[in-house]
Every structure is written in structure tokens, then in C-alpha cells.
Design a protein around this ligand. Sequence first.
Ligand code: UDX
Length: 441
Amino acid sequence: MHITVVGTGYVGLVAGAGLADFGMHVICVDKIKEKIDILNSGEIPFYEPGLKELVDRNVANKRLSFSTDLKSAVEQSLAIFIAVGTPADERGRADLSAVEELAHDLARIVNDYKVIVTKSTVPVGTNRWIKSIIDKEKKNPVEIDIVSNPEFLREGSAVEDFMRPNRVVLGSDSQRALAIVKDIYRPLYLIETPFVITGLETAEMIKYASNAFLATKISFINEIANLCEAVGADVHQVAKAMGLDRRIGPKFLHPGPGFGGSCFPKDTLALAQLGRDYNSPIRIVETVIEVNNSQKERMVEKIIDLLDGNVKDKTIALLGLSFKPNTSDIREAPSITIVKSLLDKGAKIKAYDPVAMDEFKKLFPETQIQYCEDAYSTAEGSDIVVIVTEWNEFRNLDLKRIKEVVNTPILADLRNVYDPIKVKNLGFKYTCVGRVVKEIH
Ligand code: UDX
């Protein structure tokens, strides 16, 4: 079967390469010629573990190609996957302009029966709207069907998540379209992946509800962590014991500097906005958004407190800039809030990230931040070392070596990577999230 995937971001490229691996013939289309040129030259425009191998393998066996020519790709394909961006606009609504433009383009192009499969995260009602645009404007009197197929992949493990998802959600009014998409995903049936077949609106809602719930778990544990600090409790033990209750589960109860990335911040805003639009407010999610913003700010306060209230002209060493490990993505990363605020207060910033520095330089050029080549050179001469993202290479730092090169031995461990007592015994002033350093007698 021939498939077109429109949009070569994380979702589109992983889905395109994954579907090619399932045996489909896939053309990935993007309007941005530079992106297609990069892909055609054998490079991947962002860092995602395992993706290059997957792309290379399927390009080599001629099941995967890249093009800017939407018309030619669509004409050859039975299914068209929509994976274009839907960023939040200034009010938090999903900006559907790329989806809308694509619907108009598809209306001009469709020459035969096509199944349109929406992977982009879109507000409830969007799939029906896309279909109505194409039906109203189509040049040829052909039938089209639409399927909502939300994507749940996590950056950093996107390939694995695509190949072995927890579930596949397919929403549609058309049995014919559902049969085609099920056929596309047949390899997942073979590994007994649960398929949830629903109507359009339900599938759209499943994506928002899932992401908002995960974001809620994170904000919940972050607030509990803050309270733990106040009352002298240890949030790790609290989270562990909570997670042993099977109704709660252990995942997404790790406290930290607040969630970032391309999904949670945008999807929580969009769901809250959807609730307001339908006069059915989702107050929990509105609060989650507020809690998350203040958690990021709170990290700045922690740093300032450790420096006795004054960061002006202090040198701050930041380890990790991406919103989480194993990705070069810095969208909505806590590091951005931290850097902005510290620069405003007159601090000097040194920073290192294994893969996200090029992205970060687009926001904060080398005139504003001194970028370094590893954790130790970043720590050199600094007044405080801050672990912002828990990359593996920061989990086992030689803290004695760090202590020798810093100006003052202070560590802010915003991901709770280290044992507070051990770090304190090495002579560091230390803070983390939700754990008070207590000596045991
Ligand atoms: C998320 C969803 O997991 C995925 O299903 C959806 O399709 C897209 O959004 P992703 O943004 O790649 O994926 O990252 P994820 O691993 O979920 O982490 C999101 C953020 O939450 C990160 O900033 C991470 O550091 C933070 N987080 C996660 C916590 O602070 N604590 C946790 O316990 C888990």
C-alpha cells in the first residue's frame, strides 16, 4: 500500500519511517524544502534515538522517500496521514492554520477514494471540519473518509513507542476507512497491541485527556514535593508508596522543575481553552498549567536562595538544557525560564547539554551564555552547579572533581539525581526538589 505522510516533524517522520518498516511504501512530504533536502541527504533534522537507523534502512530498501510534491504523493496513495504542527496560539488554542491549508490543498488534489488519517493533536471537532472542507471544495467527485489516529509517542523513545505502543486509537464513522487503517497497522495486531475503535470526537478527546492526566500527575507530585520541603518529608518515599497502590501506579510521579516539551504545555492549554469554549471548564487542568509555571519559577528561587539571595555577577553552571534527556528539543523547557530569569538578575551563565546546545543558541546566542564542552568545564569557576535535565552523563558525576574546579561547592539538583546526604558529606551546599537533607543518628 502507498501512503503519504504530511509533515516531517517528530510525529510525521517517526510515523513515516515506522509505517515503511511495517511494509508500506511511504512518501513523507513537507513544504519546507530545506527539511526535505536534509532528509534526502541522509540526515535527520533533530536528535531522536534509533530514528536515523530506521530511516536509513527504509530509504535503502526503497520503501521510504521524501518530497515537497504533495500532489504527486497524494495521487499515488490510498491513505494520507496528517502530521503537521498544531502549536498553541497566544490564547492557548491549537493553531490549525497548517491543517486547514492542507485540507484546502487536498481538496484540489484528491483524484480517487482516499482515507485521511489525522495524527496531529487537534481539538475535538477538527476531523469532521477537515472532512467538510475537502468534501465542499474537492475538484473531483470522489469519496474521502477521515480517521482520527492520535499519536502518543514520547520524544527520546519515539521509535520504540511507535513500534510497540500501549494502544492504538482509531476514531471514524467509516467501516471502510477503519478496515484500511487496521490493515496498515497489521504488524501491531500480530504483537497483540490493544486497538480502541471509537467515533471521531472520542478519539480526539482520548489524546487530550491522556496528556492532561499525565501532566496532572506531574503537577500533583510537584506540589506534594513543595509541601514535603515545608514539613520535612521525603517526596521520593511518598511517591514510591503512592505508586505501589495499583490504582495510582508508579509512573509520572517524579518531581522536578516542571514539565516541558511539545505536548504537555500545548495540550493542557488547548484542553483548558476547549473547556472554556464549550462552557464546561476543566478547572483541574487550568490549575495544572498554573502550578507548572510556578514550579519553573520556583527553581529560580531555589538557586537564588542557595546563593544567599544575590545572583548578580555570580557564575551559574547549568547542566542540561533540553526539556528531558535523549532529545534536542528545548520547547517549553524549564531551562528557558531559568536562564531568562537569571540573566535578567545579572547572573553569568555557563551551560552544557549533550545535544541541545545548537537549538538553545537560537534563543540565547553565545554573547549571552558561555557554552561548554562537558560538565566539568561548565562547572569550572562557577558559584553554583545546577542539574536541570537528568541526562545519563550527569547521573554519576565525579563530584570530588567538580568540587576542585568550582568557585564555591553548591549543587542544585533539580531532578533529584543525587543522594542528599552523600553530596552534603562531600562538602557541598545542596538542594533538590521535595527532599530535606536530614542526618540520620
Ligand atoms: C508526552 C507524552 O508522554 C506522549 O504520550 C505524548 O504523545 C507527547 O507528550 P513527551 O513530551 O515526549 O511525551 O515527554 P514525557 O516523557 O511524557 O515528559 C514530558 C515532561 O514531563 C518532561 O519535561 C519531563 O521531564 C516531565 N516529567 C515526566 C516529570 O517532570 N516528571 C515525571 O514523572 C514524568
